[in-house]
Every structure is written in structure tokens, then in C-alpha cells.
Ligand binder design. Structure first.
Ligand SMILES: [Zn+2]
Length: 331
């Protein structure tokens, strides 16, 4: 058994992951001296003393947390030195500005951390790149074989059919998607398909930041309590039981989420339908991605980390969930 102290690229601590032997945290959830922030979702951000992130992530972070005093905006594919480390950010495809980081140590070892990753084509996020590395720290949100999503075009085509059917019946379709990322992605699709769209104000505010970064989402009507005939309404999922939605009648509600493959999702959101439109890679994509990076060691974290590591080991990789000892294949 290798000693984790000597081998581990990353340590799991209270407040997140830290790159071993360095001051660099990865998506720390508590204030730190220096953290890479992969993207602006609330479970990945905190008011750090210094932040390494893309300019879009910094802008979206400051929308949520207020001014970020020492943000270092880093473009994709422009390596730079941080002390003895070489650092490079590459697109993660998860939402606008989302990034993976590759850290090259002075001994040449390349460690990559994906953050939330999505390999499907996107209308609003930069296309993910494969990060070649020696050690891969891979997110495992959907790292269980039961999460296999149909191709995105197929999901969107089914969504469009469902929407047209509801509108023909005189219903207001209400789509539930995370305010940041998912909503903008579905709005971009709806606009391209000629739908009239109204959205919750929080979604409109974030959409206007998207347009600052060249992802124009217009015309988008700000929901003010009433819907117009023929409109599709986009709302955050946490408001699925709100009075704003209950007052709309007749309505048909659909949740947009990778979790839609779980039947409980439909009941939980009191929705009539669910579409597996995910901003995360599914199980097969994660396994394929790990292989394509050429990593000699994979460390999984979050979601189904144990399951994903075990599946990777079955396929011949050296893999473990973060915080667990490395399990080598001996035979
Ligand atoms: Zn995320």
C-alpha cells in the first residue's frame, strides 16, 4: 500500500480540497488565502483573499457575493507561473466561464482538477477541452452507471414536442432549471426555436451578465406576476411550490435536470414531466473522459465518487475516491 501522505495530489480538508504541499485550494467552500474557483455555482464559491478564475466566473461571483477584492482573471489556455507551479485553465463546458485547472509541479507532474464538467455541446458555455495530465481529480456528480443520459439533441427535441403540445392546449409551460447556467442554456434554445420566453427576475439578471460576455439572450421578458398567452415561463426549481407558479392556470410544469432519470424528481418538484437536460457529464462520459486525459491516477470526488472510482478500477485504471487510500490493481 502506498502512503497517502507521500502520494496524494490533493487533501480533503474541512472547507474543501487543497493541493498537497501548496497554498492552493480548489473550489474551497470556506474563506481561504488562495483558491481556484472553477465556476460560480454557490457550492463552489466563497470570499477568498485571492481567487484564480476566469473573468466570467469572477463577474458572476461578484454578482452573488459582492466585489471580489483580489480576483486574478485568467484566460483559457494561457499558462502562467505561480511560485514553483505552472498553472493553466481550460474550459469545462459546465456553464459560462467554467474552467478546469492543470497544475504542473516543478518535478513535471501534471495534476488536473475538472470542477463540474460537461462534455455535451452547449449554446452558452465554452466547449470543454480534454486536459492531458498525470493525476486527474474528477468530479463524480453522476458517477453511477444508472445515470446515462440520451444525446442532448434528442432531449431538446422531446422538450420542444412537449412544449408545442402544451401550448396548443392553451397551457402555460413552466420549465424549472437552475437560475445560473441551466436556465440560460434552455432560454438560448427556446429563442432559437422561436418561442416567446418570460423568466424569473433572478434568471434575467444573470442572463444580462451572460450578454456582457457575448452570449446574448434576448428578447427575454422579466416575469412580473402574469404570463402572456403563448409564453414559456422559466423558473428556478426552488420556487416550484411558490405562489407565483400556483397562480398560473392552466399550466404544465417540467423539471430540467440530470436527476430527471430518478422518478422521484417529478414528484419532488410537483412537475408533470422531467427532461434529463444536464450540465454535468453522465457516467459514460466521465469514464471516457478519464481515459482520454491519459491520467495514470484518478481521484474522484463529490456525488458518486466511490462508485465511479470502483468502475474505473474495473476498467483497469488506478483510481480512488478522495480521502480514501489508493487501491492498486495487483492482478
Ligand atoms: Zn456547478
Amino acid at each position: 500500500m502506498y502512503s497517502c501522505r507521500a502520494m496524494c495530489a490533493v487533501e480533503l480538508r474541512r472547507g474543501g480540497l487543497r493541493l498537497s504541499g501548496t497554498a492552493l485550494w480548489l473550489d474551497a467552500t470556506q474563506k481561504s488565502e488562495l483558491s481556484f474557483v472553477s465556476h460560480a455555482h454557490s457550492d463552489h464559491i466563497a470570499r477568498h483573499e485571492r481567487v484564480i478564475a476566469t473573468s466570467a466566473t469572477l463577474r458572476l461571483m461578484s454578482h452573488r457575493l459582492g466585489q471580489i477584492p483580489a480576483g486574478l482573471p485568467v484566460p483559457y489556455n494561457r499558462p502562467f507561473a505561480l511560485g514553483a507551479l505552472q498553472i493553466e485553465l481550460l474550459p469545462a463546458g459546465h456553464m459560462l466561464g467554467s474552467a478546469q485547472i492543470r497544475v504542473t509541479r516543478d518535478d513535471g507532474r501534471r495534476i488536473a482538477y475538472t470542477g463540474d464538467l460537461n462534455l455535451a455541446p452547449s449554446l452558452t458555455a465554452e466547449a470543454a477541452q480534454v486536459v492531458e495530465c498525470d493525476t486527474l481529480i474528477l468530479e463524480a456528480t453522476f458517477g453511477h452507471p444508472r445515470y446515462r443520459f440520451p444525446p442532448k439533441e434528442q432531449v431538446l427535441s422531446q422538450l420542444e414536442t412537449w412544449l408545442r403540445e402544451k401550448l396548443d392546449r392553451g397551457h402555460t409551460p413552466v420549465l424549472l432549471g437552475y437560475a445560473l447556467g441551466k436556465s440560460q442554456e434552455v432560454i438560448a434554445f427556446l429563442e432559437r426555436r422561436g418561442f416567446e420566453v418570460a423568466a424569473h427576475p433572478s434568471i434575467c439578471d444573470l442572463a444580462s451578465i451572460y450578454s456582457e460576455f457575448g452570449v446574448a439572450l434576448s428578447p427575454l421578458r422579466r416575469f412580473n406576476g402574469t404570463v402572456r398567452s403563448g409564453e414559456v415561463l422559466v423558473f428556478p426549481p426552488h420556487l416550484s411550490r411558490s405562489a407565483s407558479i400556483s397562480r398560473i392556470w392552466p399550466r404544465s410544469v417540467a423539471v430540467l435536470s440530470g436527476w430527471a432519470t430518478d422518478a422521484a424528481a417529478i414528484r419532488w418538484y410537483r412537475s408533470d414531466a422531467a427532461f434529463p437536460l444536464s450540465d454535468h457529464a453522465d457516467f459514460d462520459s466521465l469514464v471516457d473522459y478519464a481515459r482520454r486525459t491519459g491520467a495514470k491516477e484518478v481521484i474522484t470526488h463529490g456525488g458518486f465518487a466511490e462508485q465511479l472510482a470502483s468502475s474505473l478500477r474495473e476498467r483497469g485504471s488506478v483510481a480512488r475516491a478522495v480521502g480514501r487510500p489508493l487501491q492498486l490493481r495487483l492482478f
